[in-house]
Design a protein around this ligand. Structure first.
Ligand SMILES: O=C[C@H](O)[C@H](O)COP(=O)(O)O
Length: 159
């Protein structure tokens, strides 16, 4: 089995129900070394951009390996997390996309929508997500490196 993962989890008010179940699943999963909850005890007070950026910061600072985020659609969480330099965040609600997000895109952040898929599907996708690792072939690595290069380009240059 590959090294166990350190995972941050977070949700806004619209994702609280799934997040609490997924958090317990992560804690019981043998592939997970640790779980950090970035959600507030007062979900009305903290919106998805704050939670997403905090979780993304934990990833880029090397405190966790990945983040699992839940909001109503999974969209806002991914949009916000992607604003943190170095983050590749996706919204994915099917097995192929979840797998490709890690193996091909080297995404560290998965955002799920509590209003989009059922709880059983969310739990299955999260469990599957933990089994995947980036497969750094020459083609996949070159494309991910191109994203990073664009992100790090001098701001006066446009590709
Ligand atoms: O993409 C955003 C999420 O779906 C979020 O849960 C919606 O939150 P809002 O209704 O506060 O914008």
């Amino acid at each position: 089995m590959p090294p166990r993962l350190r995972v941050a989890i977070g949700a806004d008010r619209a994702g609280q129900q799934y997040m609490s179940v997924l958090r317990d699943d992560l804690r019981q999963n043998a592939r997970v070394a640790s779980v950090i909850n970035t959600s507030s005890d007062h979900p009305d007070a903290v919106t998805y951009p704050v939670i997403a950026c905090e979780a993304a910061r934990l990833v880029v600072e090397g405190i966790v390996d990945r983040a699992l985020l839940v909001c109503h659609t999974g969209l806002g969480m991914a949009i916000a997390a992607n604003k943190v330099p170095g983050i590749r965040a996706v919204t994915a609600h099917d097995s192929l996309s979840v797998r490709a997000s890690v193996e091909s895109n080297n995404a560290q952040v998965l955002a799920l929508g509590q209003g989009v898929i059922g709880l059983a599907a969310a739990r299955r996708l999260a469990a599957e997500w933990l089994t995947y690792r980036f497969e750094a072939t020459p083609t996949t690595a070159a494309k991910v490196d191109a994203i990073t290069a664009y992100e790090n380009r001098p701001r006066r240059h446009l590709l």
